[in-house]
Write a new protein. Structure first.
Length: 75
């Protein structure tokens, strides 16, 4: 594969942004290792705080993805 002129030795912007996000996520995880308890109906579950926040984030992302598709019109 031939490199484009002027791009040799440069990192793609997406790679830099992804690396920053990974570093921030790992910092967040290592700072939130304390165990938290959640009671829901008749379940009681203990897990690290970062895991609860990840579950809530994924649930929100899934809801946004599911309900966001409704507003789009197909041509």
């Amino acid at each position: 594969m031939i490199a484009k002129s002027g791009t040799r030795g440069k990192f793609p912007k997406k790679l830099i942004v992804a690396a920053v996000i990974v570093v921030l996520a790992l910092t967040f995880v290592f700072q939130n290792t304390a165990t938290g308890r959640v009671d829901f109906l008749f379940w009681s579950i203990e897990a690290p705080a970062w895991l609860w926040l990840l579950i809530i984030f994924l649930a929100g992302a899934l809801a946004g993805w599911l309900f966001g598709r409704r507003g789009r019109r197909r041509n």
